[in-house]
Design a protein around this ligand. Sequence first.
Ligand SMILES: NC(=O)c1ccc[n+]([C@@H]2O[C@H](COP(=O)([O-])OP(=O)(O)OC[C@H]3O[C@@H](n4cnc5c(N)ncnc54)[C@H](OP(=O)(O)O)[C@@H]3O)[C@@H](O)[C@H]2O)c1
Length: 276
Amino acid sequence: MTRQEAKIFGILGGGISYSLSPQIFRILFDKFGLPHGYYLFDIAEKNPGKFIESAKLLGVSGFNVTVPFKCSIMSHLDTLHRTASDSHSVNLVKAHNGSLTGYNTDIFGIREVFREMGLSACANKRILIIGAGGTGRTALRFFQSKRARNITIVNRSRRRLGSLLQAFGFDGSSGTVRAYESSRLKTKLGDAEWDIVFNATPVPTEQIIPSSSFSPDSVIFEAAYRSNRRSSLADRTVGGIDMLIYQALRGFEIFTASKIKDYDALKTEIKRSVAK
Ligand SMILES: NC(=O)c1ccc[n+]([C@@H]2O[C@H](COP(=O)([O-])OP(=O)(O)OC[C@H]3O[C@@H](n4cnc5c(N)ncnc54)[C@H](OP(=O)(O)O)[C@@H]3O)[C@@H](O)[C@H]2O)c1
């Protein structure tokens, strides 16, 4: 077998020393006998432009993108894969012949977690998405693709909520998607019960919406996976870590132009390793 050339990969974000992505990718590179490196590109800059220049200079082959750059990176890329343009959010960039393409593998991660839970039908579910950043956008795209007809989005700031609505071409007051600033949720909807809550913020769900908003059957999907978070809703919470590993498996395929045979088995193996 010919020896592979070592490539540089990593994850771009701000304040992401907790990230498990380097550990996951190193497990994958090791398992498949690849000599590649995966690094934390944790930057203080608000604008990702300078990082892009540096990454090109260093010959970085690809990188994941996380908080707070999933939306702002888009204007710095040469092309967008359909997964990224449909969800108006990028969480992976691949370099090829000097050109950068943005992808969204978070949507694959969300889809796989819902498949694993047997939660495929969303058309009649009352869905609440908390957060209008990159992951909130991706969740919206996912539920749209499931033909969901009853989606409410809340976000702390009006600015980011407006930017999501503009990107998706909604006015947020009618049809299948309603949108509110978080502070207005209670006056607008009272103690509405949700079938599915997708929390796409770093803040635990119970700090944003009251416990009376849940029925015993409600499913809460917490995208954030930091192990130091403690949620009183833990017994009905899914998501974070499984989504992270599934999106990384799809990212590995894109970075290495390869195909994983059994996602579920590999996800379980990696989850066991990172939980140690
Ligand atoms: N498990 C996974 O694979 C996975 C994948 C993607 C993301 N995530 C997690 O999902 C979360 C969001 O990521 P992102 O990339 O979407 O980030 P982002 O684009 O920076 O958006 C952050 C969102 O969180 C909201 N927010 C931040 N602090 C808040 C607070 N104190 N109270 C209420 N809302 C707050 C922001 O609202 P404002 O507009 O008001 O600032 C915004 O809607 C992060 O915790 C990230 O680690 C996990």
